[in-house]
Structure formats: structure tokens, C-alpha cells
Design a protein around this ligand. Structure first.
Ligand code: ZN
Length: 312
């Protein structure tokens, strides 16, 4: 049975995150990413207008009370989907935001289905709730279609989007300084996110830092997965199918240096595109051609929704 949780009753657990100096991060990442990529340029820049090409977000920047929100987790999907453990992305984000008089930009990922009869899917969250409660959305679901299991990327028009788990970056969408990370030609074994995360972990150690934003996969092809309904057994059983997808792709999501004794998912980005491609980013499989360009902001706090017992 599909019965989404009332956002007002979802237990929330918040922790303050360490907010690093962006210039300090520049020197940390410039050194460490150069061990994994041939060409690296890390800078503090004024955020480009993220509503314009090639970004296509619904908010212009990543500033204003940056907060990370993680809801649920894989236990809501395994061994069987639990349709009582479904979160409303917008209303839960509004509750966590606590700033009704400001715009709220919600960027990140979710695990579908989005509707009662929907298929398992990857959700790409790109939504703005203005201070007068207008909702602008360019969200997508990436789904596996038909007997040939083709990838399809479909817009989600509704403002109520439901997910078994989410990793979201909340802000007011204000412009301001952000971290720009450009890498070309991968020479090491780590993916773009892992190389950033391990560099941050190595420098900040037990101090947890968390960021969100967008990165562009400009050239190359990329390994990404999609969730799908299993053909094997029970109707709601979930499986993952891995694909190679060509760039350009835009990925939104979140990253933490470590789980922060809250069971946080350390990296989670989903991509969308102007073609039918989209999904959960793993790595590129054309290292000599690859080109990444990311714009990120660090969060001041993390809110963990609906998980009260942490094991790491
Ligand atoms: Zn995912």
C-alpha cells in the first residue's frame, strides 16, 4: 500500500557541520585531485547564473542557509520496498528549511517511484519554492522502459514528489561565492566525487564537511545506474541496471567527508540531460576524454530524517 508519511511526523535529527574556508579547500583539492586527474583547476568564484545554459537549474545560486537533508535510506527498499516509508520531498524540505520568508531551492536526488503505480526510478530534484509558495520545478525521473530496457528521462510536473530516500541540498538559491572544481583526463582510479571526498576527509579528518551543488560531465561516457522493477519475484522488488551514457550530463546531489555518526550517504549525485539520458553517477569509462566542471557550496548543518539509530 502506498501511504506517504506525513512530513510533520517524520523524526528529524540535526547536527552542525564544519564549514571550511573556501580558499583553504582550494589548496587541499588542487593538490589531491592532481593525483587523480591530468589537469585540475580549483577556484573560488562568483556563482554563475545556474538558471542559464548549460546548467538549467531553477535557482540562480547555491547561497543562503545551505543545509543538507538526508531522508530514509536503502533499508526502505531492501529486501522489499516499504511503501509506508515514502517521503514528500517538497513538504519535508519546507519543514527543515524553517524560513518561510525566503525562497527555497531544493537540489539533489531521490529514489522513486513518484506515484502509486510508478515504476522504480531515479529522481532528479531541481525545485524552487518561493517565499509566496509558488513552486517552480524542473524535476525528472529516469526510468527503464520496455522489453529492451531503454533509458527514458521524463519531466515530473507535480510539486508533490515522493521518494523512499533522498539526499538534498537546500538553500535560498542566492548568488555568492562558490567552489569551482574543473578536472580533465582521469589518470587515477577514483571517480570525480570520491577524489573530492577523500581529499576533504584527509585534511579535515573527524570534522565533517558536507557540500551540494551541480557538476557537468562535458565529454566522455559515464557509468550510471537506474533502478527498475525486478522481473524475478514480488511486484515491488527493486533492482539496479547499469548503463553507459554519453555526456553532456548535469548531475545534482550531495557529498559528505564521512558519515558523521549519522549513517550519512557520503556521495549521491543523479544526472539529467537534454537527451533521454540520466541516472545515478558512478564513474566515467573514457578516462582520457573526460572533463568535469562542478560548482559547490558547503552546508552549515545536516538534517537526518527518519533514521534514529545510527550504526556508523
Ligand atoms: Zn541514486
Amino acid at each position: 500500500m502506498f501511504s506517504p508519511l506525513n512530513s510533520k511526523t517524520v523524526p528529524l535529527n540535526a547536527k552542525i557541520l564544519h564549514v571550511p574556508d573556501l580558499h583553504e579547500v582550494v589548496s587541499v583539492l588542487q593538490t589531491e585531485l592532481s593525483k587523480n586527474f591530468h589537469e585540475v583547476m580549483v577556484e573560488v568564484v562568483d556563482c554563475p547564473n545556474l538558471m542559464e545554459e548549460p546548467f538549467n537549474l531553477v535557482g540562480g545560486g547555491l547561497g543562503g542557509s545551505p543545509t543538507l537533508l538526508e531522508s530514509g535510506g536503502p533499508l526502505n527498499l531492501l529486501p522489499l520496498e516499504d511503501r509506508r516509508k515514502v517521503y514528500n520531498i517538497r513538504t519535508l524540505s519546507e519543514l527543515v528549511n524553517e524560513r518561510d520568508d525566503k525562497d527555497l531551492l531544493i537540489l539533489g536526488v531521490g529514489a522513486g517511484p513518484v506515484h502509486l503505480n510508478g515504476k522504480n526510478c531515479e529522481i532528479i530534484v531541481n525545485m524552487k519554492v518561493t517565499s509566496n509558495k509558488d513552486v517552480k520545478t524542473k524535476c525528472y525521473e529516469a526510468v527503464v522502459e520496455g522489453a529492451e530496457e531503454k533509458i527514458d528521462l521524463k519531466p515530473i510536473r507535480e510539486s508533490d514528489i515522493y521518494a523512499y530516500m533522498t539526499n538534498l541540498f537546500l538553500s535560498e538559491g542566492k548568488c555568492g561565492k562558490v567552489l569551482k572544481v574543473y578536472c580533465r583526463k582521469r589518470t587515477g582510479s577514483m571517480n570525480f566525487l570520491e577524489s573530492i571526498r577523500l581529499a576533504l576527509l584527509g585534511f579535515y579528518k573527524e570534522k565533517c564537511v558536507g557540500l551540494g551543488g551541480i557538476f557537468l560531465m562535458k565529454n566522455g561516457t559515464f557509468i550510471q545506474h537506474l533502478a527498475k522493477n525486478s522481473k524475478q519475484s514480488l511486484p515491488y522488488t527493486f533492482e539496479l541496471k547499469t548503463y553507459e551514457m554519453p555526456g553532456p550530463l548535469n548531475a545534482v546531489g550531495t557529498l559528505f567527508s564521512h558519515p558523521n555518526r549519522m549513517g550519512l550517504r557520503v556521495e549521491h549525485f543523479h544526472s539529467f540531460s537534454k537527451s533521454s539520458f540520466g541516472g545515478h553517477y558512478h564513474i566515467d569509462n573514457t578516462p582520457s576524454d573526460v572533463e568535469y566542471e562542478g560548482y559547490f557550496n558547503f552546508a552549515e548543518k545536516v538534517v537526518r530524517a527518519d533514521i534514529l539509530h545510527f550504526n556508523n
